[in-house]
Design a protein around this ligand. Sequence first.
Ligand code: SAM
Length: 100
Amino acid sequence: MPDSCCGGTCYDEAFDPRLAQRELRAFRRNGPGRASQALADALASGGTEGLTVLDIGGGVGAIHEQLLERGAARAVDVDASRAYLEAAREEAVHRGWPTG
Ligand SMILES: C[S@@+](CC[C@H](N)C(=O)[O-])C[C@H]1O[C@@H](n2cnc3c(N)ncnc32)[C@H](O)[C@@H]1O
């Protein structure tokens, strides 16, 4: 994977493993935040059955996990931070989804 720096921003530093793991713990404890919940609800209102979700900047996976739980067939997570990609993968495994 290429390094995560772009235009002076290093995403692996701004969104580091400590932050990613803290957010993953909070997500497991409290569920999605209000904005993530609202976005997932809006996306799901048109139906999710069988769809592929492209989650850009997916963080720990709060939005695509909800859409998968509501019938989406698969999710592709694109994130500039390796720590957040890893946290989202960890969550997918935790929930028993097949990961590629
Ligand atoms: C606030 S968090 C995730 C929010 C998530 N969508 C949610 O609702 O829970 C922002 C995420 O976007 C990622 N990100 C920020 N800028 C990005 C970019 N230019 N391309 C891809 N991912 C980016 C960060 O690494 C971080 O994981």
